[in-house]
Ligand binder design. Sequence first.
Ligand code: ASP
Length: 446
Amino acid sequence: MSQHAASKKSHGNHWPIVVALIAGVLVGVILQPYAHPAGGGEAPGWLTQMLEIFRFVSDLFLRGLKMVIVPLVVASIISGIAGLKSLEGFARMGLKTWAYYILGSLVAVCVGLFMVNTIKPGLVEGKPNPTLKAAMDSALNSKSGAEVGNLMKNASGGASSLLDIVRRMIPTNVIEACAKGDLLAIIFFSILFAVAMVLVPGGPPTALRDLFNQLADVMTLITTWVMKFTPLAVFCLVIPAIAEVGLGILQNLVPYVLTVVGALVLYTFGILPLVLKAAGASPRKHFRNMGDSMLMAFSTASSTATIPVTMRCVMEEAKVSERVCSFVIPLGATVNMNGTALYECVVVVFAAQVLGIDLSLSQQFIVVLLALVSSIGVAGIPAASLVAIIIIMQNAGFSEDQIKASLGLILTIDRPLDMARTTVNVFGDTVGAVVIAKSEGEKLDE
Ligand code: ASP
């Protein structure tokens, strides 16, 4: 995006989205008993059709956002780097960004570990909660068993080790990577391409540079068109997400939900503001500037789908440069998942508590390490971390049936928690963009 386009002041009014979100939650809550009739029957036909319509509308919106992502990311990265006079400092920025991501996720995991070991949501009076254990057993035999089975298959086929992640960064076919929306490979190739443009003898080819500048502007304009539908889309996205939560067991899951939400809140409102302050930014202003992006992350439960909105907030509201934003935000949406890392840790320890598995110190260390690494490999789409959780459980010594039972229980309340952790994932990226921009000496509106 050219600085010209980025400097246009945006519409920072979040109220229509907030109202849509609240209305969506209310309608979802009203529909919830019909979606899960007492006695366990099927949902009535009218409700299924109604939810189908909501899904259809929100799908159109999500497809619109996703349509923008690849050209926007490619054009922004290339125009951000190719506009530099020299590449001095670019490697330094890369290193700082990675250091921030890894440190941020490590702290998040520690917050999760601390909360789950303090609240002990899987225990009552020091013993595994029998109601939750019974719910796990019935989950093992229920219809969610098939869903869990599919997840387990994905986990065995798609385990992401650190080496896999590095390997995936280099595309064998750039067109294929774009077609599949493989962001890590796209980011890598775009950086390589832009660096080559700067270093090509005779200086950056102007026609090529103008092309990517203008492409970024056009994609930004399309993003603002798509975003005009945000309130309607948020309303439609939230209704099925809330209506389909299984409330039956929810009462017993309250301590677990409070542990996850409490840890996310502690990290977002306790730790990240300290980071912002240390970087010389105003946390209050940053929260206000990132309103659209956080609301969008919450409603879509997808860091990737939120990229266009996040980039707009970071550049237009916080006034972070295109050079920093175009690198830190798409990469962050792909590899920096503070909320997910924290969540994975809480889930595994919680399940161990319910199942009566005593995780030794070295097993807890494995959980921390794997939560950290797998959060880098997790895709920025809804429910993506469930596969990572299976892998962590396998490595921490859970049996196959224990994993299936745990997942069956967790799935009942996963979507709202996914919305919450995705918001933290995205907010963590925006804090990263501000920290890096400040460290590069940029003057921000924060
Ligand atoms: N939904 C999350 C995201 O897009 C990933 C996950 O934790 O499942 O960031």
